[in-house]
Design a protein around this ligand. Sequence first.
Ligand SMILES: NC(=O)c1ccc[n+]([C@@H]2O[C@H](COP(=O)([O-])OP(=O)(O)OC[C@H]3O[C@@H](n4cnc5c(N)ncnc54)[C@H](O)[C@@H]3O)[C@@H](O)[C@H]2O)c1
Length: 254
Amino acid sequence: MELVNKVALVTGGSSGIGRETAKLFAAEGAKVAIADIDTTGGLSLLEEIKNSGGDAMFCTCDVSNESQVQDWITNVVNQWQHIDILVANAGILAIGSLEEASNLDWDKVLGTNVKGYAFCAKYAIPHIRKRGGGAIVNVASIAALIAFPGFALYNTTKGAVLQLTRSLAHDLATENIRVNCVCPGVIETFQTQQFADWQGLTKEEVINQLAATVPMKRIGKPQEVAQAILFLASEKASYITATSLVIDGGYTVQ
Ligand SMILES: NC(=O)c1ccc[n+]([C@@H]2O[C@H](COP(=O)([O-])OP(=O)(O)OC[C@H]3O[C@@H](n4cnc5c(N)ncnc54)[C@H](O)[C@@H]3O)[C@@H](O)[C@H]2O)c1
């Protein structure tokens, strides 16, 4: 097991990529602290992990709210004494062009997709430092590397996550705190349904349509992203920092 005696924070753990990451980390021996605004999904995950013999705690927490993030991390340390790993994953899909976006839209997407990642790092880093090192894995997107048409807000926030990753990696390199990000391509999660609704298509239609655009001719599974996050969080990646690992079935080669 890769993560025995580790305490890992996972945001956005109630669904999709975060949920699979939390389950995988627990199976690898970590104590997993999950934060999400979706309490029902979080509590069902908690039960699933505990039924499989894992150790986890859940907290309802909006990552765009700094004081909620601070309280969550304080609670985790009160319960488990330390933190080794942060997976900042909670994010929202903002669909629509710049001209359609209101100030409120910007506040919401920047709050979750950028400030949320920064707040979690801000309050986790002092505890990871006390352990003499650890790892942060940010879930960015291939939207950090290419610009999806009609997704100006989302693309912008994911580009910011990439630069946040690189900045923190540089700042923390001498302290043995590695900071990396994953850049998933099209992955089947709740966001796929949101995209289908926007297109006026069924989920199946949209999956087929998207799969045709990928060199591997299929979209990815959240479990496939979770495995990449595990690698970057584990000692197997001990000399890897400031990198972005693309998990996209070849999408960005085109
Ligand atoms: N699905 C994809 O194709 C894809 C591709 C690239 C990147 N991503 C990124 O992966 C991450 C996870 O997305 P997913 O596809 O698993 O989607 P998802 O909607 O299944 O999961 C996102 C989770 O984040 C939670 N969340 C949203 N806002 C929050 C907030 N303010 N505070 C706390 N929790 C919050 C949601 O409740 C949900 O449980 C996101 O950052 C997303 O941008 C997804």
